[in-house]
Design a protein around this ligand. Structure first.
Ligand code: EPZ
Length: 419
């Protein structure tokens, strides 16, 4: 099992180009199943979750190859619609292959992806929406057997009780080639939804309204291949900005999606570090101790503060001057990283969905285990700011969403190595 060894206390300084978005790449790779022809994806991040998605594509007969940050997917030869439980369980978001396979073949057999480190991950909204699209769904022994009653899903009006990202994606993937029109009310507005729809429009899909709460999709018989560049990863951007803000120093983020990162940047600026933005660059300078954020930091669906940035900003604010309060409104169990931060000397009290972070003047290195993707990144940030050495195990969580984190940190002058 690999681990990170970090010697903290160094200021960081440098320039980083943002990797492509994990949470765009995964639904876009699933969407390639809908296309009769080759799809070339640029800026595809080299992540274990992306490789897990490619194994699912291979499992149903898709050809998928990578060269640096370019993926080429050819779905001409798709001849199976069943994904093994083992592959489905490799990552929670594999459930979006359900919508894609229904859109391609009108049927599929997948398995419940199960909970994850963030708590139970129900898919009731996914299933209810697909049933409205005339898809028969039977659950048996952990398998989900889906079949479009007339061989092809039918467009429907769907109102989501909560703007679920995954449910919105599954509906779009199924509706893109369904018969007739689908309207999604209370759709997720995350930038990754817009990226998925941008890819599908490049393949000939008829989709309007993405980025707003109502999305209208008019189904097409079939879609063609395309060449597409995946958007930058706004959460990886938030991670490195939080890292340099906490460790002190300067960062230039290039290939940044400034507008999409606004909900995070507007909170980061309240910590007192200097943030300047231009077209696709973000400049951060952090010289003095951060200030606590006075207003409660509430995680909300986009365009609210992103839940995926909660842990990494908390790590930075654990050293701030004053008390910050977080409220996690998206997931039931997204404070598992706080134990490790407390072990490193942070003063954090969790009361249900609220976490009270009293800034301390210093942290001390410790041996900790990554609990989940963003919680692990938070531990790296704390380790880089701590006095002494930290060892972080279970870094497979971090590799799910961050390309070569140790390389990026080293580029910024940090002392971090993978062993
Ligand atoms: C996506 O997860 C992201 N993952 C998550 O990023 C992100 O935190 C989340 O959206 C919220 O923005 C990918 O895009 C691969 P949801 P998803 O459906 O689709 C509940 C990361 O760190 N819910 O919007 O699973 C659910 O339990 C990951 O990159 C139901 O109850 O999120 C959760 O509490 C972590 N029933 C809430 O809604 C359903 O049918 C939001 O879930 C579906 C969801």
């Amino acid at each position: 099992m690999q681990k990170f060894i970090i010697n903290g206390g160094r200021r960081l300084r440098g320039e980083l180009a943002l990797q492509g978005s994990k949470n765009s790449s995964l639904p876009i790779m699933a969407a390639a199943l809908l296309c009769r022809g080759e799809c070339t994806l640029h800026s595809c991040p080299r992540l274990t979750d992306v490789y897990a998605a490619s194994r699912i594509l291979n499992c149903v007969g898709c050809r998928c190859s990578f060269s640096d940050n370019t993926a080429v997917i050819n779905a001409e030869t798709v001849d199976r619609t069943q994904v093994s439980e083992e592959l489905m369980r490799e990552m929670r978001s594999s459930i979006i292959f359900m919508g894609a396979m229904l859109g391609r073949a009108g049927e599929c057999v997948v398995s419940v992806p199960g909970g994850c480190e963030l708590g139970p991950r129900p898919i009731d909204m996914h299933l209810a929406a697909l049933r409205k699209m005339s898809v028969e769904i039977r659950e048996s022994g952990g398998s989900i057997i889906c079949r479009a009653v007339c061989g092809r899903a039918k467009g429907a009006k769907i109102s989501l009780a909560f703007p679920s990202v995954g449910a919105t994606e599954n509906i779009i993937l199924c509706a893109a080639t369904a018969e007739g029109e689908t309207v999604i009310n209370n759709a997720a507005r995350e930038p990754e939804i817009c990226d998925l729809c941008g890819f599908l429009r490049a393949c000939g899909a008829d989709i309007k309204g993405d980025g707003e709460s109502r999305i209208i999709i008019r189904g097409k018989q079939q879609l063609h291949g395309c060449e597409y560049t995946i958007m930058p990863d706004r959460i990886v951007g938030a991670t490195y900005l939080s890292m340099v803000a906490a460790a002190k120093g300067e960062l230039i983020l290039t290939n940044a999606c400034v507008q999409e990162m606004e909900p995070f940047l507007s909170v980061l600026e309240q910590t007192g570090c200097s943030v300047y933005t231009s077209e696709n660059r973000i400049y951060l300078r952090s010289g003095t101790r951060l200030r606590a954020v006075k207003e409660r930091i509430r995680t909300m669906p986009h365009p609210g503060f992103p839940t995926d940035a909660q842990a990494v900003l908390m790590a930075a604010l654990s050293l701030a001057d004053g008390t910050s309060i977080f409220e996690e409104n998206i997931f039931d169990c997204r404070y598992r990283h706080t134990d490790a931060l407390v072990k490193m000397g942070a003063d954090i009290e969790v009361l249900g969905k609220v976490a009270v972070v009293k800034g301390v003047s210093s942290l001390c290195g410790a041996n900790v285990a990554a609990t989940d993707l963003r919680g692990g990144a938070a531990m790296v940030i704390a380790g880089l700011c701590a006095e002494g050495t930290s060892v972080i195990t279970r870094i497979c969580h971090i590799d799910r969403g961050y390309e070569n984190m140790e390389e990026a940190v080293r580029l910024l002058g940090g002392d971090m190595r993978r062993v």
